[in-house]
Design a protein around this ligand. Structure first.
Ligand code: ADP
Ligand code: MG
Length: 232
């Protein structure tokens, strides 16, 4: 038996208004097992990023159910979802999304501080060390390479010890060698911590490193192999 840490049931979502509205998710059902690394693949515009935003509670669904770590998140207030996300879901984006006027240490520590963590700067320093950036803590994002910025983003995402880490094209802005290092880091840390990883990627070699690949097309799941048993 595998425990589903993510379950979407028949989720539909239309974005935009009037003539420019797009039916982005058309009855999507997905289960992801705890500790599993799942790759989401599919053509541009098929709804992959939107699926991740739904999992993060950053997009509200029009119909269907979204369950994360045993809790139903659709239909809750924005404040409730934001608090839930802060504890349970880490997010890494293609373009890093660091705050430019904060140091690496502050980028990781400030969200913890806002969440009321007792030792935000101590945890942030440890997280930055674990991604190999002990000697860059006082650097600003503009003083860091792309790979280093993505390491800071990974440290920030993992610092609250979320059950789930979602990553949208995390290597898409990096050269091949740096992208491989970032992928190695993502897979290794997710596995070491038992974090469930949901990864959107265009890169077949990256997708192939996941336990399972789910293919999307035109807002639907085109192909999703059965949940693999993930060893504890
Ligand atoms: P992918 O990540 O697979 O490339 P997205 O989830 O970003 O796809 O987008 C899926 C579709 O939804 C695209 O056709 C996109 O243009 C459309 N879309 C995304 N966001 C909006 C929005 N806010 N308003 C209207 N259409 C949107
Ligand atoms: Mg996308």
């Amino acid at each position: 038996m595998t425990e589903a840490v993510i379950e979407m049931k028949d989720v539909s979502l239309t974005l935009g208004q009037g003539a420019s509205s797009v039916h982005v998710l058309k009855g999507v059902s997905v289960k992801v097992a705890r500790g599993e690394a799942t790759g989401i693949v599919g053509p541009s515009g098929s709804g992959k990023s939107t699926l991740l935003m739904v999992l993060a509670g950053l997009e509200r669904v029009d119909a269907g159910e979204v369950w994360i770590a045993g809790q139903r998140i659709d239909g809750r207030s924005e404040d409730e979802v934001a608090a839930f996300r802060g504890r349970n879901v880490g997010i890494v984006f293609q373009s890093f999304h660091l705050i430019p006027n904060m140091t690496a240490l502050e980028n990781v520590a400030v969200p913890l501080e806002l969440a009321g963590h007792s030792d935000p700067f101590g945890v942030a320093a440890r997280e930055l060390a674990s991604v190999g950036l002990s000697d860059r803590v006082t650097h600003y994002p503009g003083e860091l390479s792309g790979g280093e910025q993505q390491r800071v983003a990974i440290a920030r995402a993992l610092a609250p010890e979320p059950a789930i880490l979602i990553a949208d094209e995390p290597t898409g802005n990096l050269d091949q060698a740096t992208g491989r290092q970032i992928a190695d880091l993502l897979f290794a840390t997710a596995e070491a911590r038992g974090t469930t990883l949901v990864l959107v990627t265009h890169d077949p070699s990256l997708a192939a490193r996941c336990h399972r690949q789910i293919a999307m097309r035109s807002g639907r799941i085109e192909n999703a192999p059965e949940l693999a048993a993930v060893s504890a």
